[in-house]
Design a protein around this ligand. Structure first.
Ligand SMILES: Cc1cc2nc3c(=O)[nH]c(=O)nc-3n(C[C@H](O)[C@H](O)[C@H](O)COP(=O)(O)OP(=O)(O)OC[C@H]3O[C@@H](n4cnc5c(N)ncnc54)[C@H](O)[C@@H]3O)c2cc1C
Length: 478
């Protein structure tokens, strides 16, 4: 039985801890904050519950597979949302349905042969998804040659690895609205349509075919259910205990020092932000990725988060709502090319009280607004900026006279709360050169018993992806 220390209780860390504990190891998970779940952080205020992180539960099979390792079914209630989400364009509102037939009719309305084109597009997306899941996702990439396997060589072109999402979608669809609907899924990956390989059109299979779900109680329910598997196998979870140092001897981790104690370790799985671990917890000689490395990377967006308690019902909004800017190129440019606060942003509004009465007082609504913004911006004026978003939202869903609670968070929340590099919400963007073995490795190139799980490493951003990263880290430990 080895002593395994896991640093960070995000989905990657929790999954790795549960699976390593099931292998029979003595696992201790050390978390800086007062809750498990990492980015899926929840605040309770005056009868409202605000999920400050993920809210779209997608790729249910990933969670089914995790619980199947423990001979269990998914232990929480899932509801498939219908509509999956509502989109507010400046001139009309469109619901993307859980029923494919309705979406085909929608696309026929948006452009000539829309249904036919969507059918073809989704067939390709399904092929990409299935191929990626079978051959490329559930596996570690420890050296560049791991990417050069025969299957990837053959499938790479078919998978449309080498063109951008924007080029691909613009070729397939002519209407502005159809294009926007299909490209927006990239925001889940912190992606820019110009830079993200069109492989990620697989997200449309995830969205249109596999569906969007809500786990009763929100994402904390999922984190708790994973943590429960860990503790059932005797893993210890210590909250409010930030790790300060990873101690090594002869290129091996020997222990981990926190603000409270030092823990002997035969191996460490680091789930805290990769940049923080490499540059703050390791000494220079043990670092594989120094500041120069990170400075050259395309960092995924941060987010402006506004939480609102509303003392009335807001029927104009569904559970998931997307507001698309007319000139959305400018917003993407403000994230990736000329980092700045966008003046006409696209944004997302979640109203979980639509599906879950426990997250708001009776007759009230819980709202969570997320504006993707460039990492590394000064967020001093975030409250004034938030007011512009509320003003815009108020035109579509009148709320201004009924706000009883309001909080705004941005870059400094992510930096202070999660030790996030440049205040990023999502870690490393998914560009072609930041995919698979081009992401920071799951095993430290220098310190052999130091492993990584989480959104910076393969397979990347999103709750399902980080669960998979935890599974890969546990496989490596084994
Ligand atoms: C606002 C927002 C909305 C999102 N929406 C969605 C969505 O709808 N659906 C979806 O699938 N994904 C979504 N995502 C992405 C998803 O939430 C993340 O990709 C995923 O949760 C990251 O998990 P992780 O394993 O990388 O760990 P993280 O969640 O990053 O957790 C890392 C943990 O390490 C801890 N830590 C840091 N430093 C130390 C230290 N020194 N010592 C100990 N612990 C430390 C942190 O406190 C944190 O708990 C969203 C993310 C954000 C921020």
């Amino acid at each position: 039985m080895a002593h395994i220390i896991v640093i960070g209780a995000g989905f990657g860390g929790l999954t790795a801890a549960a699976l390593a504990a099931k292998q029979g190891h003595d696992v201790t998970l050390l978390e800086k904050n007062d809750q498990i779940g990492g980015r899926a952080y929840v605040k309770h205020v005056d009868g409202y519950s605000f999920d400050l992180g993920p809210s779209w539960y997608m790729m249910p099979e990933v969670f089914e597979r995790f619980f199947a390792h423990f001979n269990k079914k998914v232990p929480y209630k899932l509801t498939r949302l219908d509509p999956s989400y509502r989109i507010f364009f400046e001139d009309e509102t469109i619901d993307v349905s859980a029923d494919l037939k309705e979406n085909l009719a929608l696309f026929d309305r948006l452009e000539p042969d829309g249904a036919k084109k969507l059918t073809r597009y989704l067939a390709q997306a399904e092929y990409q998804y299935n191929t990626a899941m079978k051959h490329f996702i559930y596996r570690p990439y420890l050296k560049h040659t791991d990417m050069l396997n025969i299957k990837l060589g053959i499938e790479g072109a078919k998978l449309k690895l080498y063109q951008s999402m924007e080029t691909y979608v613009n070729k397939e669809f002519t209407s502005d609205k159809a294009r926007k609907i299909l490209l927006y899924t990239l925001v889940f990956l912190g992606g820019d349509p110009k830079r993200t390989p069109s492989l990620y059109s697989l997200m449309s299979h995830v969205d249109f075919n596999l569906g969007v779900y809500y786990p009763e109680g929100g994402m904390q329910t999922v984190a708790k259910a994973i943590a429960q598997q860990a503790t059932a196998h005797n893993a210890k979870i210590r909250l409010n205990e930030p790790v300060q140092r990873i101690n090594t001897e002869n290129k091996k981790v020997v222990s981990v020092t926190t603000t409270k104690d030092t823990y002997a370790a035969d191996a460490v799985i680091a789930n805290a932000d990769y940049h923080h671990v490499e540059t703050q917890l390791l000494t220079k000689k043990d670092t594989s990725y120094n500041e120069n490395y990170w400075a050259k990377k395309t960092i995924a967006p941060s987010g402006l988060i506004i939480t609102l308690g509303i003392n009335k019902k807001v029927p104009e909004l569904d559970h998931h709502n997307l507001f698309f800017a007319t000139d959305w190129q400018r917003h993407f440019a403000n994230i990736f090319d000329n980092p700045d606060w966008p003046d006409n942003p696209s944004y997302y509004v979640c109203k979980p009280s639509h599906s879950d009465p426990t997250v708001a007082p009776k007759g009230c609504e819980t709202l969570f607004i997320l504006v993707p913004v460039a990492a590394d911006l000064d967020d001093t004026d975030k409250d004034a900026y938030a007011q512009q978003i509320i003003d815009h939202l108020d035109k579509h869903a009148p709320i201004k006279g009924n706000i009883t609670h309001q909080e705004v968070h941005a870059h400094s929340y992510f930096s202070e709360h999660f030790n996030a590099y440049k205040g990023t919400a999502l870690g490393l963007a998914h560009t072609l050169l930041q995919t698979a073995s081009f992401r920071p490795r799951q095993q430290s190139p220098k310190i052999k018993n130091l492993y990584y799980a989480g959104q910076y490493t393969h397979p990347g951003i999103g709750v399902p992806m980080t669960v998979i990263s935890g599974e890969i880290a546990a496989q490596l430990i084994k």
